[in-house]
Design a protein around this ligand. Sequence first.
Ligand code: PLP
Length: 385
Amino acid sequence: MRIARRVEALPEYIFAQASTKIATLRKKGIDVIDLGMGSPDLPPPKPIIDTLYEAALQPDNHGYAGYYGTPAFRKAVADYYGRRFGVELDPNTEVLSLIGSKEGIANINLAFVDPGDIVIVSDPGYPTYTMGAILAGGESYPMPLREDQGYRPDLSAIPPGVAEKAKILWINYPNNPTGAVADLETYACCVAFAREYGLLLCSDNPYCDLTFDGYVAPSVLQVPGAMDVAIEFNSLSKTYNMAGWRVGMAVGNAKAIAALATIKTNVDSGIFRPLQMAATYAMNADQSWLAERNMIYQRRRDVVMEFLPRAGLRAQAPKGGLYVWARVPEGYTATEYAERALQEAGVWVTPGPAYGTNGEGYVRISLVLPEERLREAGERLASLR
Ligand SMILES: Cc1ncc(COP(=O)(O)O)c(C=O)c1O
């Protein structure tokens, strides 16, 4: 049996590795506080779950549901983009369902990247941008996101030779892991860059409705002309507390959507119809509960921001997303700090290099546990000093 070289080129997914370590400690009776993965701990509102239940009871809802998303699901996505961003989408050609956005983020590479092609990824950034490029036989070019530049892309630093060979440029705001946000001006620069070099701009926007302090996140598709060069990945995972449901969408440029759909029709057979019915309900229903839910995360963020100095950590308060990106105390690498926090304080935070070399010196703290638990994590981290 000989496993493909591409598998050897992929590291084990960081969260898979961490969960094994955490499980081992828990087996020994250690009460580990896991602030690693960004899996929302709150459930979706009951009417969404009821819709899933009712739909699953229908005998004719259990066959293949089609490849592209049901017409009702795609219309709900288009209506959401219209309402939320003022972006008009054709549900038939500019919207595609995904089995969670991660699936589409990986598969878009198969649609655009030939062996040797370059994919420009943010560093630090969501690991699937790089892994997707590797799976397609491409190479990733890490584009540094720096604290002193507000973690926004410095497109002028990308060598023209790289830009010319690149097929995709990834951007993600509100950003995982840094918590940075971007305005339309930043998006407009990315659109202009994509147009200049003839590449596909992929905006990953799953945190657009998980924002704090009154901040409202835009979509790249609001930039005039963005539909010519861009697609956006989005998801119900974070917006509606539905991460385990695996429902997402790609929207935007029709040619890119069609290419992604061609890959998908050959590798998957769509999303279970009752999930799409419940997702459709979620997008069409009254959205006012989101403000209350965001307040829960905002208060958690404030708890974390309050304990950081006592633990010798430093961070900017994020305006969106599920994470605080904190500088580790002097004298530690990120991995050394995370290991010590896990072994001596029973607190798991993700070491920054999991998101790229520019993540060195930082750890990512997820806001996915209740305030009391975050306070306790803070006490434990403070005791390490
Ligand atoms: C930046 C970013 N993109 C995409 C995803 C994938 O989300 P999903 O596949 O659940 O839609 C995540 C999940 O944490 C993320 O942080």
